[in-house]
Design a protein around this ligand. Structure first.
Ligand code: HBI
Ligand code: FE
Length: 273
């Protein structure tokens, strides 16, 4: 018997980890904060420039054309970007904007922002000793990894639909499956292009090591994107992925994630863990 789709989720969405490093004390109810751009130090801008220069050498070789085209139009290499300035251009391009946040925010707040075409971007930047790896998303991961593709209409539309789907998933106990979909696409997705396999996932685009690894190494599996397989595949948060999902285009991603996910959640929830 199909579980009642209206059934309350067995457990509330996981609360935020307790030891987050951002300052949540000044956050509004929707977890937005002011970016306070003048508070960034020269050292922080210099670290941002260092990260931007490192990835700017890699993305022409490893990132998809849509990303490189959008990044080229953002003169964001010389300092931590002013979110409001980028939002003005983003609104004109795809109707999206940046919302400054203190770091990871609860799922319902996160999805509500996406469902209103607002992308949460963390305001703080990592420490120099974290240049190669950081657990929580910082301003470099969020801005360099996620923001440029918001200028691509099909990618932006997918993320908007994803946000609305997320709000529904919270009610249908499908959050874990949707988080996997996000992880295997928006964070670590690959795309097949005429020039070969290229990265579009933010976790790859902002990483010095994993982007070349995901594309060049014989180690990981690279599997054609399939919605149910992606939602059924757990992801690793503290190591490179053992498998990466490959889409043909953002159009395919938009089309494949258009259907109502409720029956898929029911099917996935009824599968052995
Ligand atoms: N919060 N700021 C921020 N950024 C994220 O990517 C994020 C989040 N909260 C929840 C979350 N991602 C995931 O749970 C969803 O992608 C499923
Ligand atoms: Fe991210």
């Amino acid at each position: 018997m199909e579980p009642d789709a209206r059934a309350e989720p067995t457990s509330p969405p996981p609360a935020l980890p307790s030891d987050l490093r951002g300052d949540y004390s000044r956050a509004a109810a929707d977890f937005s904060v002011s970016q306070d751009w003048d508070a960034y130090t020269q050292a922080e801008h210099a670290l941002y420039r260092r990260l931007h220069a490192r990835q700017s050498r890699l993305v022409p070789l490893y990132a998809c054309t849509e990303y490189n085209r959008a990044l080229a139009s953002l003169d964001s290499s010389i300092a931590i970007p002013r979110f409001e300035e980028v939002s003005r251009r983003l609104r004109a391009a795809t109707g999206w904007e940046i919302v400054a946040v203190p770091g990871l925010i609860p799922d319902d707040a996160f999805f509500t922002h996406l469902a209103n075409r607002r992308f949460p971007v963390t305001v703080w930047i990592r420490k120099p000793e974290e240049i190669d790896y950081i657990v929580e998303p910082d301003v470099f991961h969020d801005f360099f990894g996620h923001v440029p593709l918001l200028f691509d209409a099909q990618y932006a539309d997918h993320l908007y639909e994803y946000g609305k789907g997320g709000l529904k998933a919270l009610r249908l106990n499908g959050l874990g499956f949707l988080a996997r979909l996000y992880w295997h696409t928006i964070e670590f997705g690959l795309m097949r292009t005429p020039e070969g396999i290229r990265a579009y996932g933010a976790g790859l685009l902002s990483s010095g090591g994993e982007m070349p690894y995901a594309i060049d190494s014989p180690e990981p599996r690279r599997v054609d994107f399939d919605l149910m397989t992606a939602m059924g595949t757990p992801y690793r948060i503290d190591s490179y992925q053992p498998a990466y999902f490959v889409i043909e285009s953002f159009e395919q991603l938009l089309e494949e994630t258009a259907p109502d996910f409720a029956p898929l959640y029911a099917q996935l929830n009824s599968q052995p863990a």
